[in-house]
Design a protein around this ligand. Structure first.
Ligand SMILES: C[S@@+](CC[C@H](N)C(=O)[O-])C[C@H]1O[C@@H](n2cnc3c(N)ncnc32)[C@H](O)[C@@H]1O
Ligand SMILES: [Zn+2]
Length: 359
């Protein structure tokens, strides 16, 4: 065991208890998010505490006053309790599973952090029992190979959705995760409002608010649906709802469409929150998210130049060209060289083509 620090927290690591320093930026973002939400009066659950680093940082950096920590692993719960004390805090640390705890603490938390190994699916049903109207959930998934379509059968089995395994896979993956969360939430009579959605390296993390009531639940379900895209001209189409009709052929070029989903088709961000966070601290990925056009799906400029048969052009130049034509266009967190725009596939192809001799 050795003592280290991250943010304002000092804590012991080792002894077989999980700690990944590479996830510190994601913890920085969570701290910042809680700062903006003003957490001092809120009851927070760190449901998968491990060393307890999150709970400590939420207290010391975001002013959290009431945090309960859980971990199913005895060594982790013991270490988290030791670390809480080391930082002069007095939080409850329980060596219990989420499943056991959820049975006796229904609707008890305003903020819930779920950061399991791999997929959050095995815990999510029980996590839902712990929230109430207005509760905010921060959920991590590290089974990105599944959500991004490297293991399609696993994604179908776990999330009930068909993923994509191409340049759109990260965005489709996070929308599949949101679709899953929204479907479980709606069974509990809650709608969801995504506040921040991040896909970076080997993890995804979503921040969602629950809204109670049948109307909210139904409205969330209406924000889910099916997608289809055309491998020839990169056009995509969506149909919202549980049993939507989708045409088989691309309206743009007549090619057969490839279906994916079900997935979340609503917004991914609440820009009032991301911009408030950026006013406190300039974190790179947050800046990209805050500037990103919040519409489903993207165009990969390298893919389009390849289809047009010439070497790459700068996606910033494509964005500039589309903007000059009066369209909205931005970069995206989901794909290097990708753009989000309200322009049609024809307009995007034309804009890329116009840059052929001006790389
Ligand atoms: C990825 S680690 C959490 C890391 C920690 N949140 C951090 O930021 O350093 C996942 C933790 O969840 C715990 N865990 C797994 N399943 C659980 C369950 N059903 N209930 C409670 N804890 C669980 C594991 O023992 C492990 O310590
Ligand atoms: Zn097409």
């Amino acid at each position: 065991m050795k003592q280290i620090s991250e943010g304002k927290a000092k804590f012991y690591v080792g002894g077989g208890v999980f700690y990944n320093p590479e996830m510190s930026t994601l913890r920085d973002i969570s701290v910042l998010f809680l700062k903006v939400l003003s957490t001092n009066k809120k009851r927070i659950l760190d449901a998968t505490a491990a060393t307890g680093v999150r709970a400590i940082r939420y207290a010391l950096e975001a002013g959290a006053k009431d945090v309960t920590l859980l971990d199913i692993n005895k060594k982790a719960a013991r270490m988290a309790a030791k670390n809480i004390k080391l930082n002069g805090l007095k939080f409850r640390v329980l060596n219990k599973s989420i499943q056991e705890f959820a049975g006796t603490h229904r609707g008890s938390f305003e903020i819930i952090d779920l950061d399991p190994f791999g997929s959050p699916v095995p815990q999510f049903n029980d996590i839902m029992k712990l929230g109430w109207d207005g509760s905010v959930m921060m959920i991590t998934a590290t089974d990105t190979a599944v959500l991004c379509g490297a293991h399609e059968a696993a994604c179908i089995k776990i999330y009930g959705s068909k993923p994509l395994h191409n340049e759109m896979c990260k965005e489709v993956g996070i929308r599949i995760l949101l679709n899953y969360v929204s479907r479980v939430a709606s069974a509990f009579n809650f709608g969801i409002v995504p506040l921040i959605s991040i896909s970076d390296r080997h993890y995804m993390r979503i921040f969602v608010r629950l809204e109670f009531g049948a109307a909210k639940a139904i409205s969330s379900v209406k924000s889910t649906g099916i997608g289809a895209f055309c491998r020839r001209c990169y056009a995509f189409r969506f149909a919202c709802g549980v049993a939507p009709m989708l045409c088989k052929r691309c309206e743009n070029c007549g090619n057969r469409l490839e279906a994916f989903g079900p997935l979340w088709l609503g917004r991914l961000y609440d820009k009032s929150i991301t911009s408030s966070m950026l006013r406190i601290s300039e974190i790179g990925i947050l800046k990209v998210i805050n500037d990103e056009l919040d519409v489903p799906m993207l165009y990969s400029v390298p893919k389009i130049t390849k289809a047009l048969g010439f070497s790459s052009v700068s996606h910033y130049k494509v964005i500039e060209t589309l903007k000059k034509k009066g369209r909205s266009a931005t970069t995206t967190q989901f794909e290097k060289g990708g753009i989000k725009t309200d322009a049609s596939p024809k307009e995007v192809f034309r804009a890329v083509g116009s840059l052929r001799h001006k790389p």
